[in-house]
Design a protein around this ligand. Structure first.
Ligand code: BGC
Length: 389
């Protein structure tokens, strides 16, 4: 019995090796000829997503796989569980399986070595949503206009606080949070938001409680307000500490929160504080998560930013398809090139400027909270589970 098992395992191992090496040869042949795979010979697209704590990535993974399969590709999704070493192993496995193109939502710049391995194997990489920093080994980046995401957050707080009508004699109080310093997006979100808020801070209408980096370039202060790994428990603890520390003597009117997961963690800390039981601060967000839409509907979270990730996933596979077919200047419907609107910095990896395609984010408040549902971004199950009928 034991012997049989050993033989079967050995056969399985040999079988998989043969399978892997055949796949590698097939795709190498297709790449060498520069042509699309012939009918019946499916090309594998590897999809490496960073984590599952923030719900969007689960949706991104599913949408990318569905879009790839719709266009006749094989697709495999891996989630890095917030661990770059794990994601690099997953990318290595995808390469071994013969993936011809990778779509990567990275965790930190440690991903660059895995991208270098892909380049060595002549496998194209699309940086997905997050730029891959410190790498010259890829050419394409697809994301949303992340500076605009931040501007929408800043404008949301401006409206929620009615800053245009506020005076320095009776200022509003805000505290600032940023996303993970390992994620290039966090800097754009912050700078976009502060481009709206800084003038009010300068005129004394808006007062910052806690650290105040005027821009993300103030590295020391930015680190103080950043949320490593985008982890909600870190934001909640920081908010609790602020409430019992720097913000003890004032009542906060607003919190700049960079996404919905963190907005809800911050709101949880506020709800537990007697001072805010009747009036919560105006809090921003991002991602249009169902749980936050419910809070927006009820007036507890002020706004979010809707980034239709199903459209991002579709755009990524449209781009992938053109790259695999050797199209010289791929175009992505519905996206603008960052360079065409003066935002080439979005595509700056620190080692080269990659071609960055941007989709447009949308502002969501109590006035239009149903829009992400109408767009099909929120599933019927999420609608039911979050009381969004
Ligand atoms: C994404 C956001 C997301 C955050 C945390 C960012 O890179 O653009 O949509 O909320 O990561 O996962």
């Amino acid at each position: 019995m034991k012997k049989l098992l050993v033989v079967l395992l050995a056969l399985f191992a040999v079988g998989s090796l043969v399978f892997v090496s055949c796949k590698k040869k097939e795709s190498a042949a297709a790449a060498a000829s520069g042509s699309a795979p012939a009918a019946g010979e499916q090309t594998l697209i590897g999809l490496a997503m960073p984590e599952t704590t923030v719900l969007r990535w689960v949706k991104d993974g599913a949408s990318l796989k569905a879009e790839a399969e719709k266009r006749g590709y094989l697709a495999e999704v891996q989630f890095g569980n917030g661990d770059q070493t794990l994601q690099n192993q997953q990318i290595g496995n995808l390469l071994t399986q013969g993936a011809k193109l990778l779509v990567v939502g990275q965790l930190n710049d440690g991903v660059a070595s895995a991208v270098a391995d892909a380049a060595r194997d002549k496998v194209a990489v699309i940086a997905y949503d997050r730029i891959i920093q410190n790498s010259a080994d890829y050419d394409y980046y697809l994301t949303f206009n992340n500076f605009k995401v931040g501007q929408l957050q800043g404008q949301g707080l401006e409206a929620g606080l009615d800053l245009k009508a506020a005076t320095a004699a009776s200022p509003k109080y805000i505290t600032l949070f940023a996303g993970s310093p390992t994620d290039g997006n966090a800097f754009f979100f912050y700078d976009g938001a502060m481009s709206i808020l800084n003038p009010y801070i300068k005129s004394g209408v808006l007062k910052v409680v806690g650290p105040y980096p005027e821009t993300s370039k103030d590295t020391a202060n930015f680190q103080r307000i950043a949320t490593e790994g985008w982890l909600p428990n870190i934001a909640k603890t920081r908010m609790e500490n602020l409430l019992s520390g720097d913000a003890r003597g004032v009542t906060l009117d607003a919190v700049l929160a960079p996404n919905d997961t963190l907005a809800r963690a911050i709101l949880e800390a506020c709800v537990a504080d007697a001072k805010y039981v009747n009036k919560l601060p105006v809090v921003s967000g991002q991602d249009a998560e169902a749980a936050s839409l419910a809070l927006i509907k009820n007036g507890q979270q002020y706004m979010t930013v809707f980034k239709d990730t199903a459209k991002l996933a579709e755009a990524a596979i449209i781009l992938a398809d053109q790259i695999l077919k050797g199209v010289a200047n791929p175009t992505v419907p519905g996206a603008v090139l960052a360079s065409s609107i003066g935002l080439e910095a979005i595509g700056d990896t620190g080692k080269k400027i990659v071609k960055a395609y941007l989709l447009d984010p949308v502002n969501i408040t109590q006035a239009n909270w149903k829009d992400p549902i109408t767009a099909g971004f929120i599933t019927p199950e999420e609608v039911a589970a979050n009381g969004l009928q």
